[in-house]
Design a protein around this ligand. Sequence first.
Ligand code: TXA
Ligand code: MG
Length: 327
Amino acid sequence: MSSQAAAIATELLQAPTGIDRAVALLQAGELVAVPTETVYGLAADASNPAAVAKIFTAKGRPANHPLIVHLGHISQLNEWAQDIPPTALLLAQAFWPGPLTLLLNKAPQVSAVVTGGKQTIGLRLPAHPLLLQILQQSGLAVAAPSANPYKKLSPTSAEQVLAGLNGKIAAILDGGDCQVGLESTIVDLTGEQIQVLRAGPISAAELEAVLGVPVTTPQSHNVAVPGNVKAHYQPGKPLQMFSRAELLRQLPAADDIILLCHSDDVANSYRGITLRLSPEKTAYARALYRTLFQADSLAGRQIWLEQPPQEPAWADVNDRLARACHQ
Ligand code: TXA
Ligand code: MG
C-alpha cells in the first residue's frame, strides 16, 4: 500500500444549506475549510486530537507548529486558557469578533497536538458570519491554520483553497472573498512585556491605545512562533521586490515578467503584463494574495513587485512580502 493518503472527494458547500453539512463533518472529526474575515482556515474540532492531526497531514505542516483555536463566544476563553490576564479581556472586548489572536497559557486539558507541544495557546473569535454560525450552532471550538499547503500563499477565496487542497480535505464552505485578506495580528500576553509576534490588520498602535501601555514587536522570534519561518507565503514563480525608482529605471528594458505595482508611473513604464494594487493600505491588503495567485497563473518567468510604503500602518503587508520574496 502507498504511504500517501487516498484522495478524498472534496465537497464544495454553499451557505445556507452547507452550514449544516459543515457542522456535521466537523462533529464527525473531518476537515472543513471555512471562510474567515482574514483568510480561509482549515478547520477541525479542536477538542478531537485525531481530527486536529489530520490538519498537519493535509497541509504538510510540521507537527511543532501550533494552531490557532477559533471560538464562537468569549465565554469559551476559560475552557482553552488559564491565568487569563485583564489585558486579554480588554483586547477581546475591543477587537473581537475580529482579526486579533491572543496568546495565553493553555488550559491543562488542551491537547498538545493543537499547541504543537507548547504550554501556550492562540485564541481568536473570528468576524465572518458563516464561521460564527458554524461555531455557535455546533458549540465547537475549531483549530484552524490558513487553508494552504505548507509555505504557500494563504487563500482568500474558495477556488484558491481547492487549488491547494482538493482531494485532501472533506469539504470547503464557500463564503466568497475574504474582506481583510491578511492573517490576524498575534499578540503574546504571557510575558512581562506585551509583544506583537505577527503583525496584522490590528496595528501595535491600536493595541496600545486600548491597553494604555507600550507593545513591543520583536524582530526575530522563530522560536516563539515556530511557524514564523523566513520563507513563507510564497507563490510558485520567483518573486522579487524593487523600489519605485529601480522599477522606473529597469522596466523599459524588461521582458517576460509580470509586474505588480501600485504607482501609475511604474505601471506606465512597462508594456507587458501588469497587475495593479491599490495605493490605499486596506484595499491593497485585501487584494494582495489574490493578485499573487493571479500572477502565478499567468505566463511569465517571474514576478516583479513594487515595494509598498515603508510605514508602520503597512507592517503586516511588508512582513508577508519579506517572507514571500525570501529565496
Ligand atoms: O487570520 C488568521 O490568523 C488565520 C485564520 C484562519 O484565522 N490563521 C492563521 O493560522 O494564520 P496559521 O496557523 O497559518 O498561522 C498561525 C501562526 C503560526 O505561525 C503559528 O506558529 C503561530 O501562529 N502560533 C499559533 N499558536 C501559537 C502558540 N501557542 N505559540 C506561538 N505561536 C503560535
Ligand atoms: Mg498560515
